[in-house]
Ligand binder design. Structure first.
Ligand code: SAM
Length: 238
């Protein structure tokens, strides 16, 4: 348990956030590491790497006003539950929806979250392009999060349709973030977003940068987006 605390402190995660999150994180992490021996959920398997690259990396924007001011949050392409689960642990009063197109992953993380006593999360199996067209989900969230799912131009088409006008989208990105941002100018404009800032405190692999790109939703997303499942990745809005 000490180890998680030490790493969170090293990355300047605030004391009150650490106190809330650590015990339940321990339980959740244990389940995922165990499942990972049977099913390929994550390439990160050592405990230390897991804490730094999954838990701490997920929490780097926990103190942002964008998160603090949001009540309803969706994590698109959550995989083994990142960044959604660590944030749901820190903010039990907020409602989270974790979405992934792989049913097996969704089943496992749902079980792991129940075991860890996490009650403020709903898990949905599906593709972002399909769910974002349903009226119960379209432009219904204060905040969308997504890490390591698709290049920025594609990701914006998956994510911005979920965000209400005035809400925000936080994209967790790796070393090629600048290149991806340059190629996403058109998509950003079409889908109603505006970049506000970039936080560079993430935990990438040795020597690589991990950033969070903050996008504000200024205008409604035109009804024809997202296009049919598969189209955004095949023909990005470049
Ligand atoms: N966000 C997690 C993380 O950072 O550890 C998982 C990243 S994993 C590389 C990408 C995940 O996105 C996979 O679990 C995949 O099934 C999901 N995904 C990819 N395209 C998707 C889509 N169109 N809709 C929903 N999930 C999608």
């Amino acid at each position: 348990m000490k180890k998680i605390e030490t790493l969170l402190k090293k990355h300047k995660i605030k004391e009150n956030i650490i106190k809330i999150a650590v015990p339940a994180m321990e339980e959740y992490m244990g389940s995922i590491i165990e499942w990972n021996k049977k099913v390929n959920l994550t390439t990160i398997t050592s405990r230390e790497d897991f804490i730094e690259k999954h838990l701490v990396d997920s929490l780097i924007c926990a103190d942002s006003k964008e998160i603090r001011n949001s009540k309803t949050i969706i994590d698109v392409g959550t995989g083994a539950g990142f960044p959604g689960i660590p944030l749901a642990l820190v903010f039990p009063e907020k409602s989270f929806l974790l979405l992934d197109s792989q049913n097996k992953k969704i089943g496992i993380i749902k079980e792991a979250a129940e075991k860890a006593g996490i009650r403020n999360v709903i898990f949905i199996h599906g593709r972002a392009e399909d769910l974002a067209r349903e009226k119960d989900y379209r432009e219904k969230f204060d905040l969308c999060l997504s890490r390591a799912v698709a290049p920025m131009a594609v990701l914006l088409e998956y994510c911005l349709p979920f965000v209400r006008k005035g809400g925000n989208f936080l994209a967790y990105k790796g070393a090629k973030w600048q290149q991806e941002m340059d190629a996403a100018e058109n998509a950003l404009d079409i889908l109603g977003g505006k970049k506000t800032r970039i936080d560079k405190d993430g935990c990438g692999k040795e020597g690589t940068e991990h950033v969070v790109i903050y996008i504000h939703k200024e205008k409604e997303t035109p009804g024809k987006y997202p296009r049919k499942a598969g189209k955004p990745s095949k023909y990005p809005l470049l």
